[in-house]
Design a protein around this ligand. Structure first.
Ligand code: F6R
Length: 255
């Protein structure tokens, strides 16, 4: 029984360990490129920044790629540069020369946010689904803004950030008071619907969360662990984020 589990696990999830953030980014960009996504799901925050830089440098994405955000803050002015849509425009879409209408996010300015969430879910369907979803992971195991306790079957919905997540994200804002409480995020089932998932984790602060994911401690308390059974999941991280647990892994060659 133990062996059967191990085999299924090794078949499904790939764990790649790089020496540093640059090696991780190069591997993530190469994998995204290999998948030739028409629809690329994009995360924000620190984790994917170097990967976006690599993708811009290589110009290796299909020219007509559609970028779909994982989540968006509610309550920021439409022109606020902290909006995740603005971040993706600046880090990826604009440098690649992608037009504005190739970048999709939930309409967080709508009066009815629940409806806006449903519409986003619908849009992802109309685009044919997400081919490759790039993810970071929160210290508490959140993916997108699905905080611990979010049901595994959740679809795009209105959510609230945990205090710890707001504290972590305060580094992007003038102060903690500026960090929104409310978000619209793809749900765990929405994320898991992507054909291919690449999760990036670097730094010791992520070790507990990634260990819970890669060692199959599946629990609603660690939202990322809901991805465990995904048929095409690659976790790419550095030693600080991934060392410690016993699981099959591939060391990335230094380039
Ligand atoms: C951002 C997102 C979050 C981040 C996570 C890790 O769109 O969905 O789940 O990926 O908070 O953030 P960083 O990469 O800044 O540590």
């Amino acid at each position: 029984m133990r062996c059967a589990l191990r085999c299924a696990w090794a078949d499904r999830m790939r764990v790649l360990v790089g020496a540093d953030e640059s090696a991780v980014a190069r591997a993530a960009a190469a994998l995204i490129t290999e998948r030739r996504p028409n629809v690329l799901g994009v995360a924000t925050g620190s984790s994917p920044v170097l990967t976006y830089r690599e993708l811009v440098r290589a110009r290796s994405l299909p020219g007509n790629v559609q970028l779909c955000l994982l989540d968006e803050y509610v309550g920021l002015a439409p022109t606020d540069p902290h909006r995740y849509r603005a971040v993706i425009m600046a880090q990826l879409a604009a440098p690649l020369g992608l037009p504005d209408h190739h970048v999709h996010a939930p309409d967080v300015d709508a009066d009815d946010l629940d409806l806006a969430a449903q519409r986003y879910e619908q849009l992802l369907c109309e685009l044919g689904g997400v081919d490759v979803q790039l993810l970071g992971i929160g210290r508490n195991g959140h993916i997108g803004f699905n905080e611990p306790g979010t049901p595994i079957e959740s679809r795009t919905h209105v959510g609230f950030l945990h205090d710890a997540t707001r504290v972590d994200n305060a580094r992007f804002f003038a102060s903690l008071d500026h960090v929104p409480h409310k978000v619209v995020t793809q749900g765990l089932a929405t994320i898991a619907g992507a054909r291919s998932i690449i999760l990036i984790a670097t730094g010791a602060a992520k070790n507990e969360a990634t260990t819970a994911l890669v060692t199959r401690r599946q629990s609603p308390l660690v939202p990322a662990s809901g991805l465990f059974d995904h048929p095409d999941l690659t976790v790419i991280g550095d030693h600080a984020a991934l060392d410690g647990a016993t699981y099959p892994r591939t060391l990335l060659e230094p380039v």
